[in-house]
Ligand binder design. Structure first.
Ligand SMILES: Nc1nc2c(ncn2[C@@H]2O[C@H](COP(=O)(O)OP(=O)(O)OP(=O)(O)O)[C@@H](O)[C@H]2O)c(=O)[nH]1
Ligand SMILES: [Mg+2]
Length: 327
């Protein structure tokens, strides 16, 4: 891609032109140095126009129904005069460098709405890189006037923590589970969730879903007992049959009201601070991996550790000394 004309992009984005939005997102995803420079310029122009969206993260294990839910919620919002941007963070694309989810096919109705824009996740890079691209894509969408941004992320370890640091409200989707299986939901996930919903509450699974929802609500009451913080509500819904979706949205809004505008401002400011350090760590890690001097000592240090002649602490010192000796 040639380096785009930033001024033209900015005016296209302000007009909500899809082609300009797509090109801008491709630009912020790019790692080419000349693209990165243009992206910085673009983001500086867009920053004053951004920040106006309700930012929602949607997570859950593969197959729980995230994309189907995003489609249902997106359609609900579009019908209520919202403009909805959808982004996806897929850490498996980080591992494989491959392309993503058939997300657009799961969101067939939403994808053709003039008031919706769906962007699959960037196809390669580190989790930090994908997070950077996602956060900057969010800026582009907000500048283009989307007032709701939904970020879908597959729940596998770090990615939901990363996404929860980029959104105002984090929604965790699960499906009906028995008591034992409920233990399997990581405590960390409960701690970062603002709203929970048991999806696939349809057909023969309605009762099971309601039981699961009550069990989860009980567990959460214990986690939050004695605090005056927001206690995440647990709901049931069916993304497929389109039931309970409006209630989930109303709780997202209630969570927002609970934070208040000052609380939201502080949350976003803290997120920026955390994100800054995450990006620095990510970049340092990249530099460490690719540094020629580190590469030069790597094989030797590895062999010494594996045959037991060098302790880990000494090895770490050698690697850091090699890194620090760069020009
Ligand atoms: N019965 C029922 N099936 C559902 C519901 N929501 C999603 N599904 C089905 O569950 C399967 C997975 O749905 P997706 O929306 O692709 O799930 P996902 O969580 O986005 O999956 P990944 O993106 O692969 O992590 C599909 O076959 C959906 O039709 C629901 O509410 N009820
Ligand atoms: Mg999906």
């Amino acid at each position: 891609m040639a380096v785009p004309d930033v001024a033209a992009l900015v005016s296209g984005i302000r007009d909500g032109q899809r082609a300009a939005i797509s090109r801008a997102i491709t630009l912020v995803e790019s790692r080419r140095p000349d693209h990165r420079a243009a992206a910085r310029e673009l983001l500086a122009e867009l920053a004053p126009l951004a920040g106006g969206a309700v930012r929602v993260g949607i997570s859950g294990v593969p197959g729980v129904g995230k994309s189907t839910f995003v489609e249902a919620l997106g359609m609900h919002l579009v019908k209520n005069d919202h403009r909805v941007g959808v982004l996806a963070v897929d850490p498996s694309s980080v591992r494989t460098g491959g392309s993503v989810l058939g997300d657009k096919t799961r969101m067939a109705s939403l994808a053709v709405q003039p008031d919706a824009y769906i962007r699959p996740s960037p196809s390669a890079g580190t989790l930090g890189g994908v997070a950077r691209a996602t956060s900057q894509a969010m800026t582009v969408l907000e500048a283009a006037g989307f007032d709701v941004v939904l970020v879908e992320t597959v729940g596998v370890g770090q990615s939901e923590v990363t996404v929860s640091g980029m959104v105002d409200t984090f929604l965790f989707l699960t499906i009906a589970r028995t008591g034992d299986q409920l233990q399997g939901i990581k405590k960390g996930i409960l701690e970062i969730s603002d709203v929970l919903a048991v999806n696939k509450a349809d057909g023969e699974r309605v009762l099971e879903a309601e039981t699961t929802s009550k069990d989860l609500a009980g567990a959460l009451r214990l986690v939050y007992a004695g605090t005056n913080s927001w206690v995440p509500p647990v709901l049931t819904c069916s993304a497929l049959e389109n039931t309970g979706i409006d209630t989930v949205w109303s709780r997202i809004i209630r969570h927002r009201e609970f934070m208040g505008s000052q609380g939201l401002k502080e949350k976003r400011a803290q997120q920026q601070l955390d994100f800054t350090w995450a990006l620095v760590r990510d970049e340092l890690d990249q530099r460490l991996q690719t540094d020629p001097r580190v590469k030069a000592v790597r094989a030797e240090v590895r062999a010494a550790i594996l045959d037991g002649t060098m302790p880990a602490a000494t090895a770490a010192d050698e690697i850091l000394a090699a890194y620090d000796s760069r020009d």
